[in-house]
Design a protein around this ligand. Structure first.
Ligand code: ADP
Ligand code: MG
Length: 701
């Protein structure tokens, strides 16, 4: 079957009518033959194994049992009837249960006749029970072909309610192989097939759906995973090459007066080696005639801001304007304050533009941007408004990128005819594996070194019952003139309750830390921006001792004198969020602490998160654990989770295959950038088909 025929709508497959087609489409996104053939099993079960009822385990696994039904009854429940059959073998008894189709089953099941039942076994009311088992008469079962490894396809409640069981999907797959004679066009080049000793496409598809044995299954999986990752990498890398070739960038060819003077006279500290290296990498991009599209990764507190500032100075040195965009008002404000201070007596002009800047103040900013008087604009997504027009924007820096939507990023891009250079800064350490597949078309720089003199933050886990001890500790720290953060979770689904927790917490802290000895700030999302800023300001200036907040302070806020971070209900936070929060302290030279407060009730996953936090300060290590716990989709936030909807490969587990795929994608494009050589025609054809039918996710420009 060639790639065109594979585009046949699934309704044309024998056994799939319009009804089933609709369910397949809505539940599994299957519209064509191709989609069906690419529905890969989640796992395989061994149907050569039979269990005795006494040997069943309470592990909810799929099992296969031989026995017979000796009794059937209908049980009335509040929530409806169910049909219950007593099923026995020579070792014991169990129940088979049906909630749907009871009449049919009652009429068709034979009593006292040997059956093979197969399904997931639950422990329920002191008995094993198997809801909606797959049933086959033992006599038929013995005649039939016994598949050693039976595929288990993804399923949903709606699918099984509509009768599209695993067995039905299996039948459909058989039908598809029948119609295609099991022949599918090859999609990788001979060279790759030969060098990696891969199974052909047809063999792979056959063995993924009907594995002949373990070894062939493994080979089929390898080939299909490789193929999936190869075409993603091919897309990412060709985009990158295309950008470098075709998208001209402004050439910042000189390191000018501003940069040099700043470096010599205004830099408040010696740059770390990592900062110097990263600035060099960026400078190389800026002088290369191609548009820069670079991701700057650096753990919280690694000093990304100063790098951003120096790069902006380079832009100005070359006659361009620069823009720095932050995800929250508070962060934008803080960047503005910090940068403004550093720019004092340099003659560089800098303004802040956020949602709360008044109209009267905006107009002059708009004017100065258009006539070029304004060099640097710092702001929130307010800078993306159409009214904001630059005279010559040469560089756009985006802080903490995963909070911005992809669309917003590309909007920045289109503010000019020639796109500005783009630097995306993120404090969320992205494991290298993931970065490779997510940002394969971006260049990556890493600040992997913290400024000197920082003491590692001490992290402990305390139960709520120890709160008084924790309060005593806070008092001691305040005596030493340190400041304290207390952070509460705020999750949309439980917003009302979370606000209540926050306010309760606030009251109890106010009771234990009374005026006038203690000053307390509170910041949360329901406050007006102006009030938030006011409270934040008081804390930044050291006028208050304790800052009580929801996660609004998660990103970027910088108060070097704050030395204690208390995270309430820490079990409810994700690992990367905990790490981000912890990064708010440990910014000065003092010993800093992070205290994770929880109740006694902890899930095992929560325990792992807490233990990881206590064990290490290393953002990359934490990101790896996070990735393992949550999977890549979650890690990047819902916005980008679609990107990682891989059909068969697993970004974490298939790291080695990913590297191989990347290597081959690079080699292929290096030798034949337009995929014109005869040997690569297959690759080009497949690639074009994938793009055309959107089977490769469309990636950010
Ligand atoms: P982040 O990477 O989290 O944005 P910042 O840029 O806010 O980090 O820097 C954190 C703190 O470290 C700031 O107070 C900054 O002034 C300071 N800092 C940055 N680089 C250095 C350095 N090379 N030496 C000493 N302090 C530094
Ligand atoms: Mg920052």
């Amino acid at each position: 079957m060639n790639t065109n025929m594979l585009q046949t709508p699934i309704t044309y497959l024998k056994g799939v009518g319009p009804n089933r087609a609709e369910t397949l489409q809505s539940e599994l996104g299957i519209a064509t033959y191709q989609d069906l053939i690419n529905l890969f099993p989640n796992r395989y079960i061994d149907r050569t194994q039979y269990y005795k009822i006494t040997h069943l385990q309470r592990s909810n696994a799929d099992v296969q049992v031989i026995g017979k039904i000796i009794h059937i009854k209908t049980v009335e429940q509040k929530r409806g009837k169910r049909l219950v059959a007593t099923f026995i073998d020579e070792t014991g008894d169990m129940e088979l249960v049906w909630f749907r189709g009871q009449k049919w089953i009652r009429e068709n099941l034979k009593l006292n006749t040997p059956y093979v039942v197969f399904g997931r076994c639950n422990w329920y009311n002191g008995k094993f029970s198997m809801p909606h088992p797959d049933m086959e008469l033992l006599a038929d079962h013995e005649k039939g072909l016994k598949i050693a490894m039976q595929p288990v396809y993804p399923s949903t409640e709606k699918l099984s309610n509509k009768g599209i069981t695993n067995r039905v999907i299996n039948k459909m797959m058989q039908q598809l192989f029948l119609e295609s004679n099991g022949q599918f066009s090859e999609t990788l080049s001979d060279k790759i097939l030969f060098e990696l000793q891969l199974l052909s496409k047809s063999e792979s598809l056959f063995n993924i759906h009907f594995p002949k044995n373990q070894e062939l299954l493994a080979k089929a999986q390898f080939r299909l995973k490789f193929e999936e990752l190869f075409y993603i990498q091919l897309q990412l890398i060709s985009k990158k090459l295309l950008r470098k070739q075709k998208i001209k960038g402004f050439n910042f060819n000189q390191v000018g007066e501003l940069f040099n003077t700043f470096y010599r006279d205004h830099l408040p500290f010696e740059l770390t080696n990592a900062q110097k290296r990263v600035i060099k990498e960026i400078r190389a991009d800026l002088g290369s005639n191609a548009q820069m599209n670079r991701l700057l990764q650096g753990d919280v507190g690694s000093g990304k801001t100063i790098v951003a500032l120096m790069i902006m100075l380079l832009a100005i040195d070359n006659g361009f304007q620069a823009c720095l965009m932050a995800p929250t008002e508070i962060l934008a404000q803080q960047h503005y304050n910090g940068i403004k201070e550093l720019l004092e007596s340099t003659g560089v002009t800098c303004e802040l533009l956020t949602g709360s800047v008044k109209k009267s103040a905006r107009t002059p900013i708009h004017e100065q941007l258009e006539n070029g008087e304004l060099h640097i604009l710092i702001g929130t997504h307010a800078v993306l408004e159409d009214k904001v027009q630059f005279k010559n924007l040469g560089l756009a820096i985006v802080d903490e990128q995963h909070r911005f939507g992809v669309a917003q990023r590309s909007k920045l891009w289109h503010k000019n005819e020639v796109p500005p250079h783009i630097l995306v800064m993120t404090a969320t350490p992205i494991p290298r594996t993931l970065a490779m597949s997510l940002y394969g078309d971006l260049d990556i720089s890493v600040i992997d070194e913290l400024p000197p003199g920082r003491k590692p933050i001490k992290t402990v886990h305390r139960y709520d019952s120890n709160r008084l001890k924790v309060f005593r500790f806070i008092k001691d720290e305040i005596k030493k003139e340190r400041q304290i953060y207390v952070v509460y979770p705020l999750i949309q689904e439980s917003e009302a309750l979370d606000y209540k927790d926050l306010m309760d917490g606030y009251e109890s802290i106010v009771r234990d830390f009374p005026l006038p000895d203690y000053q307390i700030s509170i910041v949360h999302g329901k406050m007006k921006p102006a009030d938030k800023d006011y409270e934040m300001e008081r804390f930044v200036k050291g006028e208050t001792n304790i800052m009580i907040a929801t996660t609004v302070i998660e990103v970027g806020v910088n108060v070097p004198n704050a030395s204690v971070m208390i995270i309430e209900s820490a079990e409810r936070f994700g690992l990367s969020q905990l790490h981000q929060l912890r990064g708010r302290v440990g910014r000065g030279a003092d010993q800093s602490y992070c205290i994770l407060m929880t109740s006694h009730k902890l899930s095992s996953e929560a325990k792992t998160r807490l233990e990881t936090m206590v064990r290490t300060n290393d953002g990359f290590e934490i990101a790896e654990v996070d990735l393992k716990l949550r999977g890549p989709g979650d890690l990047m936030g819902t916005q980008q989770s679609g990107i990682l909807n891989l059909k068969i490969a697993d970004i974490v587990k298939d790291n080695d295959i990913l590297k191989t795929a990347r290597h081959y994608a690079i080699q292929t494009l290096k030798n034949d950038p337009n995929l014109e050589q005869p040997n690569n025609l297959i690759v080009r054809h497949t690639y074009n088909q994938l793009v055309k039918h959107k089977n490769i996710w469309t990636y950010i420009s």
